[in-house]
Each structure stands twice: as structure tokens, then as C-alpha cells.
Design a protein around this ligand. Sequence first.
Ligand code: ATP
Ligand code: MG
Length: 558
Amino acid sequence: MTNGASEPLDDFVRELVRDDVANGRFMGRLQTRFPPEPNGYLHIGHAKAITLDFELANEFGGICNLRFDDTNPDTEDTTYVDGILEDLKWLGYQPHGAPLYASDYFEQLYEWAEHLISEGLAYVDDQDAETISDQRGGFGQPGIESPFRTRSVEENLELFRKMRDGEFDEGARVLRAKIDMQHENMQLRDPVMYRIRNEPHHRTGDRWHIYPTYDWAHGQSDAIEGVTHSLCTLEFDSHRPLYDWYLSKLPLPSDTPRQTEFARLELTHTITSKRRLAALVEDGIVDGWDDPRLPTLRGLRRRGYPAEAIKEFCSYIGVSRANSRHQIELLESFVRQHLNATAQRKMAVLNPLRLVITNWPEGEINEVEVVNNPENLDDGTRLVPFTAELYIEQDDFRADPPPKYFRLTPGREVRLRGAYFVTCTGFDVDDAGTPTTVYATYDPETRGGNAPDGRKVKSTMHWVSAGHAVSGSAALYERLFSTEIPGTETGDPMDDLDPNSATTLENCMFEPSMAHLAPGEVVQFERLGYFAHDPRTQLLFHRTVGLRDEWARIQQRG
Ligand code: ATP
Ligand code: MG
């Protein structure tokens, strides 16, 4: 797989920026911004926007700033502001200067609104939201002009100031741009600029009783900051004429910011709507915003996804104007590729079964040397204790083996990784017939896991010494949404939630060195997959990804 990092990136956004630079637009400057609304945490979709905004600035010697688009006091909160800052830092991006806030521009936006009123380009409408919405009409359907559209500038200014001063109830009036009620683009049919909200704002407190809409705030904030290229997702395509209209009517320098839209990132088995993610958290369907099944950056981090792998994935898929959904297995293969190179190998038995070596010298402890990472021999080796009493996986023993079962079974010889060849001599069962202890003999000549006479075994198994093992838990995950496109059948993604997508195994047995893993460290459990140490709970591990490259399999099939 190529990860794209070695080749220079190219796409329609970069082409457009190159042209602008070559033509001296914005005096050759490039400035982007990442504008999250602090009403939830960042997710994998945001990572795509972040990568584009910040990498573009890096490539063109420009800057990228962070602006909280905090224009809606109802749903926004400083906890999200802090969380977004933390997640951005984790991804490895440093915004230019201090974080910026649209709410810092409320005063300027207000003055510009008065300017539009004075020019006869905005008016106060006393109608309610429903009436305004009904009058908008639709595609091929005429709009209806509000009876308040012809108010005088003086009356509009007076009413607008009263709106600002909190003299009216919520919903009593709005400020609208006066554009064209018959425009073929609905966005230009006298869009709302301000609504009355008597709700305290997380930064401006009780200072304001009116709040700007996204459209009125966004382009103007871009202009205030000196943004040259305002990149956003495709759903804002129809808003671009309005973005341009506002900027063209204000006393601004001629090179106003330029909005360009690109396709959202969507993944199979995944939702990226903040509203829906918030619902999963609020309804207790997942264990908080950092649940390892969520596509939030904090969920992926807790799951063990390296930030670098996420960024490389985003670069690899690139940007285009065509909406598409990427296979989650592709993202996972970037994660696996990274972890394969970096993760230390450990022996961990998730479903333990006792294995007793009957010819082992009584009481003897033997330290066997195993490689920490075969992909990087500089990581060295470690000693793991081997004794008469071990744990192996329940799955690695069968009393009555099915065909082609090459692991332990009576009479069969296998390799215990890094240690010895052992041959199964018998087993005990409980009343239900389930094996409780397996017996074997070892061949002292096979120390290190190789036979001097060159004989082969068909299977190598992991193990831990029972007397030395540390016990902990492992959380295994299925897809949170069982279908590739959640909600295809019923229209509601929540109908495709897998209620059994998380299983936690208690009493797993780990090699002793795992007692010293750092919070968040990701290791490979030999033969089982990559697992991330929980950041808060000692010896709880989240399965990050399996060892098998599902993406390679999909590509071969495809
Ligand atoms: P919602 O999920 O409610 O639609 P949002 O994802 O648009 O909200 P914002 O905080 O407004 O949330 O997003 C900040 C920036 O991230 C915007 O520029 C937006 O276009 C971009 N963005 C959001 N979701 C995606 C996505 N899935 N793919 C790419 N970019 C995205
Ligand atoms: Mg948004």
C-alpha cells in the first residue's frame, strides 16, 4: 500500500490555491482556518478538515488559525472548547496564534448589520419563524415578501437596537437580509441574520440578546481574521452566493475570502453527525465521548489509534468534490501498519486454560528470551518466566480436534513460543466435560523453540507462567453499527446499532512485564491483535485492530 506521504499531494483545492498565489490574489498570501462549533467533540470527519487546512498552510508557507464558531448559546459549552484544543494538540497541529472566537466579533458583526440596514439591505421582520419559513417558497415555487420588508431605515434601526437591548421576547422578531424573495437559490430569499435568544453564552454571558446565524457570522469572521481560503464541506455549496453577497455589501478591501467546498468524510459502519454522537452518549448507549467504539478523536485515541495513522489516512484519501464513503478497513490498515512497526509484542492469554508440564523439574523457573518487536530488532529482547504451570488459550486445546486442527490435542506436539516443544499427554474435565487442566511433557533439547534434529511442528502457541501472570481485562469490539451504511433500510442509523458491540473478558492472564505498561500504550498481544492500555484503568486493554489485513482481502476480492 502506498500511503501517499512520499508523493506530493495534489487535488482541486491545491490547484486552486496555486492559481491564486500565481495570480497574486490576496497578494500571494494563504490563510486557512479550522472553525469547529463547540457543541461536541471532534471526530474523524473533522480530522479530514483539520488535515486539509493545516497541511495546506504548511505547504504554501501560510497560516491556519483555529476559530470557535460559537454563535449558538443553546448547545455550546467551554468543556467542548477545552476538549477540542486537547484533540487538536494530540493530532499534532498548532494553530497560528491564540484560539479565536466568533463571539469576539459580535460587536463588529452588529455594527455591520446596522450598516446593511442603513443601506436598505436588511430589515426587522415581526413574523414568527414558521410564517417566514412558509413564505420562503421552494424550488420553482415563488417566495412571498414579508409585509415588514418595506420598513423605513429609521424604524429598522430603532427596532434592531431594541432587539439588541433585550426589549422583546424570544422569537418575536428577526433581522433579515433584503435580497430577493424570488431568487432561484433559496439561501438568497431574505435569509435571517439575527435571532433573539435570552440565553447566557459561555463566553459573552448576558451581554447579548441577539445571536448571528451561521451564514451571517462565518464569512465576516473569515474577513476579520484575514482568511484567504475558507474551506468547508459540500453542504455549504448553495450558501456560497450568500457568503459572497454579504462580503460584497460591507466596507471591506477588495480581496475578500473565498469559500471552497469539499466532500465530507464518511466511513462504513460509522456515523459522524455530532448530533447523533451526542445522542449515543446521552442515552448511555456508549460509555462517554471517549468510548473506543466511537469515531471521535478521543474514542480513537483510547482505542489505540496513533494520530499519525489518522493523518496519513486523511492524506491518502485526499480531497475531492464527490461525496463518497470509505471502507473502515482502509483506516484500520493504516493503524495496523503503524502499530506493526512500533508496538511491543507481549504474551497475553484472554481465555486461560491450565497447562501442566509433568516432566519439568519441580520448582524450577526458567527465563526464556523473546524478541520485543521482530519488525524492529533495536527494541531488543526480554526475559519471560517459564515454569511447570502455564496458561494457554482455551481455543488452543481440543480433546476431539476437528479436521485441520493443528494446535494442542492428545498426542500432538506443538511449540510454545520462545520456549520449548511440548507434547500433550492428557487432560482433566469438569462435570460438564469442559477441559480444566491439560498435561504435557516438554523436550529439554528444544529450548528457544527449535528442535536440533530439525523436526517441525505445525503450530506455535502463546502462553504465560501461572505463578507469574498478572491478571486484567480485555475489551473486544465489533462494529457499533452492523450495516455498512447505518440506516439504509429504515432511514434511522440507530436502528442498525449492534447492542453487543462490546464484550469485556475478565481474568485474562498477562506476562509479568505488562504490569508496567504506560497508560495509553499500545502493544501487540501475540497472535491476538493490537491492544491499547486504558488511560485510566490499570490492566484494562482495548482491542485496537486485529492482526489480519482486512483491507488487503477486500482489495483482492474487489
Ligand atoms: P454536524 O455534525 O452537526 O453537521 P459539523 O460536523 O459541521 O456539525 P463543525 O464543528 O461545524 O461541526 O465542523 C467544523 C468543520 O469541520 C467544518 O468546516 C466542517 O465542514 C468540517 N467537518 C465536519 N464534519 C466533517 C466531515 N465528516 N468530513 C469533513 N469535514 C467535516
Ligand atoms: Mg457545522
